[in-house]
Design a protein around this ligand. Structure first.
Ligand code: UT7
Length: 350
Protein backbone atom coordinates (compact mmCIF):
# COMPACT_ATOMS: atom_id res chain seq x y z
CA UNK A 1 0.00 0.00 0.00
CA UNK A 2 1.19 3.50 -0.80
CA UNK A 3 1.42 5.07 2.62
CA UNK A 4 1.06 8.60 1.28
CA UNK A 5 -2.39 7.84 -0.09
CA UNK A 6 -3.56 5.60 2.74
CA UNK A 7 -6.25 6.96 5.07
CA UNK A 8 -4.67 8.34 8.27
CA UNK A 9 -5.97 5.52 10.47
CA UNK A 10 -4.48 2.83 8.20
CA UNK A 11 -1.19 4.71 8.04
CA UNK A 12 -0.91 4.98 11.80
CA UNK A 13 -2.01 1.40 12.53
CA UNK A 14 1.45 0.36 11.30
CA UNK A 15 3.12 2.19 14.13
CA UNK A 16 3.48 0.81 17.64
CA UNK A 17 1.20 2.67 20.06
CA UNK A 18 3.12 5.48 21.75
CA UNK A 19 4.00 5.67 25.41
CA UNK A 20 1.22 7.97 26.56
CA UNK A 21 2.53 8.30 30.09
CA UNK A 22 4.36 11.66 29.66
CA UNK A 23 1.79 14.44 29.33
CA UNK A 24 -0.33 12.75 26.67
CA UNK A 25 -3.97 11.84 27.25
CA UNK A 26 -4.66 8.67 29.27
CA UNK A 27 -6.51 5.77 27.70
CA UNK A 28 -9.88 6.26 29.40
CA UNK A 29 -11.26 9.64 28.21
CA UNK A 30 -10.34 11.90 25.31
CA UNK A 31 -11.63 15.38 24.45
CA UNK A 32 -12.97 15.03 20.92
CA UNK A 33 -13.82 17.78 18.46
CA UNK A 34 -17.57 17.64 17.83
CA UNK A 35 -18.02 20.84 15.82
CA UNK A 36 -16.25 24.00 14.65
CA UNK A 37 -17.57 27.43 13.65
CA UNK A 38 -16.51 31.02 13.18
CA UNK A 39 -17.72 34.57 12.76
CA UNK A 40 -16.18 37.62 11.11
CA UNK A 41 -17.23 41.28 11.17
CA UNK A 42 -19.05 42.58 8.11
CA UNK A 43 -16.37 45.11 7.11
CA UNK A 44 -13.26 44.09 5.19
CA UNK A 45 -10.31 46.52 5.25
CA UNK A 46 -7.80 45.96 2.43
CA UNK A 47 -4.17 47.10 2.74
CA UNK A 48 -4.81 49.97 0.32
CA UNK A 49 -7.27 51.54 2.77
CA UNK A 50 -4.56 51.64 5.46
CA UNK A 51 -1.99 53.01 3.00
CA UNK A 52 -4.27 56.02 2.56
CA UNK A 53 -4.09 56.72 6.33
CA UNK A 54 -0.52 55.87 7.46
CA UNK A 55 2.87 55.77 5.72
CA UNK A 56 2.71 52.20 4.44
CA UNK A 57 1.97 50.30 1.24
CA UNK A 58 0.23 47.13 0.10
CA UNK A 59 3.61 45.94 -1.18
CA UNK A 60 5.36 46.35 2.22
CA UNK A 61 2.55 44.67 4.16
CA UNK A 62 2.31 41.70 1.76
CA UNK A 63 6.09 41.20 1.52
CA UNK A 64 6.77 41.45 5.28
CA UNK A 65 3.65 39.71 6.63
CA UNK A 66 1.58 38.03 3.89
CA UNK A 67 -1.48 40.04 5.00
CA UNK A 68 -3.71 41.40 2.21
CA UNK A 69 -6.80 42.36 4.21
CA UNK A 70 -8.36 42.09 7.66
CA UNK A 71 -11.90 42.32 9.10
CA UNK A 72 -12.71 45.22 11.42
CA UNK A 73 -15.67 45.26 13.82
CA UNK A 74 -18.28 47.96 13.33
CA UNK A 75 -20.98 49.40 15.59
CA UNK A 76 -22.81 46.62 17.43
CA UNK A 77 -20.06 44.09 16.75
CA UNK A 78 -18.15 43.23 19.93
CA UNK A 79 -16.01 40.36 21.13
CA UNK A 80 -19.01 38.74 22.82
CA UNK A 81 -21.35 39.05 19.82
CA UNK A 82 -18.71 37.56 17.51
CA UNK A 83 -17.96 34.82 20.07
CA UNK A 84 -21.64 33.92 20.42
CA UNK A 85 -22.05 33.71 16.62
CA UNK A 86 -19.01 31.45 16.31
CA UNK A 87 -20.32 29.31 19.18
CA UNK A 88 -23.75 28.95 17.53
CA UNK A 89 -22.05 27.87 14.30
CA UNK A 90 -19.92 25.28 16.15
CA UNK A 91 -22.99 23.92 17.96
CA UNK A 92 -24.85 23.68 14.65
CA UNK A 93 -21.93 21.89 12.98
CA UNK A 94 -21.91 19.38 15.85
CA UNK A 95 -25.69 18.85 15.80
CA UNK A 96 -25.92 20.15 19.37
CA UNK A 97 -28.18 22.48 21.37
CA UNK A 98 -26.89 25.16 23.79
CA UNK A 99 -28.20 23.06 26.70
CA UNK A 100 -25.74 20.29 25.75
CA UNK A 101 -22.83 22.53 26.91
CA UNK A 102 -21.60 22.55 30.53
CA UNK A 103 -18.37 24.52 30.16
CA UNK A 104 -17.50 27.69 28.20
CA UNK A 105 -13.97 29.03 27.97
CA UNK A 106 -13.35 32.18 25.96
CA UNK A 107 -9.76 33.05 25.12
CA UNK A 108 -9.57 36.81 24.65
CA UNK A 109 -7.47 39.87 25.45
CA UNK A 110 -10.17 42.26 24.23
CA UNK A 111 -13.24 41.65 26.43
CA UNK A 112 -16.33 43.83 25.98
CA UNK A 113 -15.88 45.00 29.59
CA UNK A 114 -13.21 44.56 32.26
CA UNK A 115 -15.75 42.22 33.84
CA UNK A 116 -17.93 40.15 33.70
CA UNK A 117 -16.20 37.62 31.49
CA UNK A 118 -17.07 37.41 27.80
CA UNK A 119 -17.80 33.72 28.49
CA UNK A 120 -20.73 34.61 30.77
CA UNK A 121 -22.05 37.03 28.12
CA UNK A 122 -21.87 34.21 25.55
CA UNK A 123 -23.61 31.93 28.05
CA UNK A 124 -26.46 34.44 28.38
CA UNK A 125 -26.69 35.10 24.63
CA UNK A 126 -27.00 31.34 24.01
CA UNK A 127 -29.50 30.88 26.87
CA UNK A 128 -27.30 28.46 28.82
CA UNK A 129 -27.98 28.40 32.57
CA UNK A 130 -26.02 25.34 33.69
CA UNK A 131 -22.29 24.68 34.01
CA UNK A 132 -19.41 27.15 34.27
CA UNK A 133 -18.07 29.91 32.03
CA UNK A 134 -14.84 31.90 32.29
CA UNK A 135 -12.33 33.85 30.21
CA UNK A 136 -8.70 32.94 29.75
CA UNK A 137 -6.04 35.48 28.85
CA UNK A 138 -2.88 34.28 27.16
CA UNK A 139 -2.98 36.76 24.25
CA UNK A 140 -2.22 35.08 20.89
CA UNK A 141 -1.65 31.72 22.61
CA UNK A 142 -5.07 31.99 24.27
CA UNK A 143 -6.85 29.41 22.12
CA UNK A 144 -4.15 26.78 22.66
CA UNK A 145 -4.27 27.47 26.42
CA UNK A 146 -8.09 27.22 26.35
CA UNK A 147 -8.03 23.91 24.45
CA UNK A 148 -5.50 22.45 26.91
CA UNK A 149 -7.51 23.75 29.88
CA UNK A 150 -10.83 22.40 28.60
CA UNK A 151 -9.11 19.07 27.88
CA UNK A 152 -8.05 18.81 31.54
CA UNK A 153 -11.63 19.57 32.74
CA UNK A 154 -13.12 16.98 30.37
CA UNK A 155 -10.57 14.27 31.14
CA UNK A 156 -11.08 14.81 34.89
CA UNK A 157 -14.72 13.82 34.42
CA UNK A 158 -16.06 17.10 35.89
CA UNK A 159 -17.58 18.29 32.59
CA UNK A 160 -18.97 16.62 29.49
CA UNK A 161 -19.01 19.17 26.66
CA UNK A 162 -17.04 22.42 26.35
CA UNK A 163 -17.34 25.37 24.03
CA UNK A 164 -13.79 26.61 23.48
CA UNK A 165 -13.79 30.00 21.83
CA UNK A 166 -11.10 32.42 20.65
CA UNK A 167 -12.60 35.87 20.09
CA UNK A 168 -11.01 39.28 19.62
CA UNK A 169 -11.61 42.87 18.58
CA UNK A 170 -7.98 44.01 18.47
CA UNK A 171 -9.05 46.95 16.26
CA UNK A 172 -10.27 48.56 19.49
CA UNK A 173 -6.82 48.52 21.16
CA UNK A 174 -4.73 49.51 18.13
CA UNK A 175 -3.00 52.86 17.79
CA UNK A 176 -4.26 53.62 14.27
CA UNK A 177 -1.44 56.16 13.81
CA UNK A 178 1.30 53.54 14.43
CA UNK A 179 2.14 51.86 11.13
CA UNK A 180 4.31 49.24 12.85
CA UNK A 181 1.26 47.65 14.53
CA UNK A 182 -2.01 48.87 12.98
CA UNK A 183 -1.47 47.01 9.69
CA UNK A 184 -1.02 43.65 11.42
CA UNK A 185 -4.19 42.86 13.36
CA UNK A 186 -7.85 42.08 12.67
CA UNK A 187 -11.07 41.05 14.42
CA UNK A 188 -13.01 37.77 14.48
CA UNK A 189 -13.98 34.70 16.46
CA UNK A 190 -13.73 30.93 16.13
CA UNK A 191 -15.11 28.14 18.29
CA UNK A 192 -14.91 24.40 18.72
CA UNK A 193 -17.03 22.04 20.79
CA UNK A 194 -14.97 19.48 22.70
CA UNK A 195 -16.77 16.40 23.98
CA UNK A 196 -15.51 13.82 26.52
CA UNK A 197 -15.61 10.34 24.98
CA UNK A 198 -14.23 6.97 25.95
CA UNK A 199 -11.03 6.19 24.10
CA UNK A 200 -8.82 3.16 23.72
CA UNK A 201 -5.84 5.54 23.90
CA UNK A 202 -4.46 4.63 20.47
CA UNK A 203 -3.05 7.35 18.23
CA UNK A 204 -5.86 6.90 15.70
CA UNK A 205 -8.53 7.36 18.38
CA UNK A 206 -10.11 10.85 18.03
CA UNK A 207 -9.36 13.60 20.51
CA UNK A 208 -6.60 15.71 21.99
CA UNK A 209 -3.52 13.52 22.15
CA UNK A 210 -0.97 15.86 23.69
CA UNK A 211 -0.53 19.51 24.65
CA UNK A 212 2.32 21.67 25.92
CA UNK A 213 1.99 25.17 27.42
CA UNK A 214 4.80 27.59 28.28
CA UNK A 215 5.33 31.19 29.35
CA UNK A 216 8.23 33.45 30.28
CA UNK A 217 7.32 36.80 31.83
CA UNK A 218 10.81 38.21 31.36
CA UNK A 219 9.61 39.10 27.85
CA UNK A 220 6.44 40.88 29.02
CA UNK A 221 7.43 44.33 27.75
CA UNK A 222 8.09 43.21 24.16
CA UNK A 223 4.37 42.89 23.38
CA UNK A 224 1.90 44.58 25.71
CA UNK A 225 -0.95 47.06 26.08
CA UNK A 226 -0.01 50.37 27.72
CA UNK A 227 -3.12 50.71 29.88
CA UNK A 228 -5.44 48.82 32.17
CA UNK A 229 -7.79 49.11 35.14
CA UNK A 230 -5.13 48.92 37.86
CA UNK A 231 -2.62 51.30 36.28
CA UNK A 232 -4.07 53.93 33.97
CA UNK A 233 -7.78 53.17 34.37
CA UNK A 234 -7.91 53.18 30.58
CA UNK A 235 -7.94 50.38 28.02
CA UNK A 236 -4.60 51.38 26.46
CA UNK A 237 -3.01 50.62 23.09
CA UNK A 238 -1.03 47.66 21.81
CA UNK A 239 2.74 48.16 21.70
CA UNK A 240 5.16 45.70 20.15
CA UNK A 241 8.85 45.30 19.43
CA UNK A 242 8.01 43.32 16.29
CA UNK A 243 11.57 42.29 15.46
CA UNK A 244 12.13 40.93 18.99
CA UNK A 245 8.88 38.93 18.88
CA UNK A 246 9.83 37.57 15.47
CA UNK A 247 13.30 36.60 16.73
CA UNK A 248 11.87 34.37 19.50
CA UNK A 249 8.76 33.00 17.76
CA UNK A 250 10.12 30.15 15.64
CA UNK A 251 12.38 28.65 18.33
CA UNK A 252 9.73 28.79 21.05
CA UNK A 253 6.92 27.15 19.06
CA UNK A 254 9.27 24.55 17.58
CA UNK A 255 10.18 23.49 21.12
CA UNK A 256 6.57 22.85 22.27
CA UNK A 257 5.62 21.20 18.97
CA UNK A 258 8.53 18.79 19.28
CA UNK A 259 7.43 18.15 22.88
CA UNK A 260 3.97 17.14 21.64
CA UNK A 261 5.54 14.91 18.98
CA UNK A 262 7.64 13.20 21.66
CA UNK A 263 4.63 12.75 24.00
CA UNK A 264 2.55 11.22 21.21
CA UNK A 265 5.38 9.22 19.63
CA UNK A 266 4.94 10.74 16.19
CA UNK A 267 7.23 12.51 13.76
CA UNK A 268 6.58 15.71 11.81
CA UNK A 269 5.95 13.87 8.54
CA UNK A 270 3.08 11.91 10.12
CA UNK A 271 0.84 14.88 10.79
CA UNK A 272 -1.83 15.67 8.22
CA UNK A 273 -2.35 19.38 8.91
CA UNK A 274 -0.35 22.13 10.58
CA UNK A 275 -2.58 24.98 11.81
CA UNK A 276 -0.29 27.66 13.27
CA UNK A 277 -1.22 30.99 14.83
CA UNK A 278 -1.60 33.41 11.95
CA UNK A 279 0.68 36.36 12.75
CA UNK A 280 3.10 36.50 9.87
CA UNK A 281 3.51 34.31 6.79
CA UNK A 282 7.31 34.42 7.21
CA UNK A 283 7.07 33.02 10.77
CA UNK A 284 4.65 30.30 9.60
CA UNK A 285 6.90 29.25 6.70
CA UNK A 286 10.09 29.32 8.81
CA UNK A 287 8.44 27.15 11.51
CA UNK A 288 7.13 24.60 9.01
CA UNK A 289 10.53 24.45 7.27
CA UNK A 290 12.42 24.03 10.56
CA UNK A 291 10.13 21.13 11.57
CA UNK A 292 10.20 19.55 8.11
CA UNK A 293 6.44 19.97 7.57
CA UNK A 294 5.55 20.13 3.88
CA UNK A 295 4.16 23.52 2.85
CA UNK A 296 1.01 21.90 1.37
CA UNK A 297 0.06 20.67 4.86
CA UNK A 298 0.08 24.19 6.30
CA UNK A 299 -3.23 26.02 6.70
CA UNK A 300 -2.70 29.73 5.99
CA UNK A 301 -5.38 32.38 6.52
CA UNK A 302 -3.23 35.34 7.55
CA UNK A 303 -3.69 36.82 4.05
CA UNK A 304 -7.45 37.19 4.60
CA UNK A 305 -7.82 37.60 8.38
CA UNK A 306 -4.58 39.32 9.48
CA UNK A 307 -3.51 38.50 13.02
CA UNK A 308 -6.70 37.92 15.05
CA UNK A 309 -4.75 36.85 18.15
CA UNK A 310 -6.65 34.14 20.09
CA UNK A 311 -9.19 33.80 17.26
CA UNK A 312 -6.69 32.98 14.52
CA UNK A 313 -6.40 29.21 15.02
CA UNK A 314 -10.13 28.40 15.33
CA UNK A 315 -10.84 30.70 12.36
CA UNK A 316 -8.25 28.75 10.33
CA UNK A 317 -9.62 25.41 11.56
CA UNK A 318 -13.10 26.39 10.40
CA UNK A 319 -11.82 27.38 6.95
CA UNK A 320 -9.95 24.08 6.52
CA UNK A 321 -12.84 21.92 7.79
CA UNK A 322 -15.36 23.73 5.56
CA UNK A 323 -13.21 23.44 2.42
CA UNK A 324 -12.72 19.71 3.07
CA UNK A 325 -9.02 19.67 3.92
CA UNK A 326 -9.32 18.64 7.60
CA UNK A 327 -11.28 15.38 7.85
CA UNK A 328 -12.15 12.94 10.66
CA UNK A 329 -9.11 10.86 11.59
CA UNK A 330 -6.58 13.50 10.48
CA UNK A 331 -3.71 14.39 12.81
CA UNK A 332 -3.77 18.17 13.32
CA UNK A 333 -1.08 20.20 15.09
CA UNK A 334 -2.04 23.65 16.42
CA UNK A 335 0.49 26.10 17.87
CA UNK A 336 0.84 29.74 18.88
CA UNK A 337 3.13 32.27 20.50
CA UNK A 338 2.26 35.72 21.84
CA UNK A 339 2.41 38.38 24.54
CA UNK A 340 3.86 37.45 27.90
CA UNK A 341 5.58 35.68 26.22
CA UNK A 342 3.25 32.70 26.16
CA UNK A 343 3.50 29.80 23.74
CA UNK A 344 1.98 26.37 23.30
CA UNK A 345 0.95 23.54 21.01
CA UNK A 346 -1.59 20.74 20.91
CA UNK A 347 -1.87 17.60 18.78
CA UNK A 348 -5.41 16.57 17.92
CA UNK A 349 -6.76 13.50 16.13
CA UNK A 350 -9.75 15.09 14.38
O1 UT7 B 1 0.76 37.51 17.35
C1 UT7 B 1 1.71 37.77 18.32
C2 UT7 B 1 3.03 37.64 17.78
N1 UT7 B 1 3.37 38.75 16.92
C3 UT7 B 1 4.13 38.51 15.90
O2 UT7 B 1 4.44 37.36 15.65
C4 UT7 B 1 4.71 39.65 15.12
C5 UT7 B 1 6.17 39.38 14.92
N2 UT7 B 1 6.86 40.39 14.15
C6 UT7 B 1 6.65 40.57 12.83
O3 UT7 B 1 5.79 39.95 12.24
C7 UT7 B 1 7.58 41.51 12.08
O4 UT7 B 1 8.65 41.85 12.90
C8 UT7 B 1 6.88 42.80 11.59
C9 UT7 B 1 5.91 42.47 10.48
C10 UT7 B 1 6.13 43.46 12.75
C11 UT7 B 1 7.90 43.77 11.04
O5 UT7 B 1 8.67 43.14 10.01
P1 UT7 B 1 10.25 43.27 9.98
O6 UT7 B 1 10.72 42.61 8.77
O7 UT7 B 1 10.75 42.78 11.31
O8 UT7 B 1 10.45 44.82 9.81
P2 UT7 B 1 11.21 45.86 10.77
O9 UT7 B 1 10.47 46.04 12.05
O10 UT7 B 1 12.65 45.49 10.83
O11 UT7 B 1 11.09 47.18 9.93
C12 UT7 B 1 11.77 47.33 8.68
C13 UT7 B 1 11.48 48.72 8.17
C14 UT7 B 1 11.74 49.81 9.19
O12 UT7 B 1 12.26 50.93 8.50
P3 UT7 B 1 13.84 51.24 8.53
O13 UT7 B 1 14.18 51.42 9.97
O14 UT7 B 1 14.50 50.03 7.92
O15 UT7 B 1 13.97 52.48 7.70
C15 UT7 B 1 10.37 50.15 9.69
O16 UT7 B 1 10.25 51.48 10.16
O17 UT7 B 1 10.11 48.81 7.81
C16 UT7 B 1 9.54 49.96 8.43
N3 UT7 B 1 8.14 49.70 8.70
C17 UT7 B 1 7.18 49.88 7.77
N4 UT7 B 1 7.24 50.36 6.51
C18 UT7 B 1 6.08 50.43 5.83
C19 UT7 B 1 7.58 49.19 9.81
N5 UT7 B 1 6.25 49.05 9.62
C20 UT7 B 1 5.98 49.50 8.38
C21 UT7 B 1 4.80 49.60 7.62
N6 UT7 B 1 4.90 50.07 6.35
N7 UT7 B 1 3.59 49.24 8.10
Amino acid sequence: MNLASAPPQARRSRRPDPDLSRGAAPASIRSCVRGVGSALPARVVPNEELAAKVDTSDEWIVQRTGIRQRYVAGPGETTSTLAAKAAEAALGAGGLKPADIDLIIVATSTPDLTFPAVATQVQALLGIVEGAAFDLQAVCTGFVYAVATADKFLRSGSNKRALVIGAETFSRILDWGDRTTCVLFGDGAGAIVLEARDSDGRLASPGIIASRLRSDGRHRSKLYVDGGPSTTQTVGHLRMEGKEVFRHAVGMVTDVIQGCFADAGVTADEIDWFVPHQANRRIIDATADKLGIARDKVIVTVDKHGNTSAASIPLALDVAVKDGRIKPGDLVMIEAMGGGFTWGAALICW
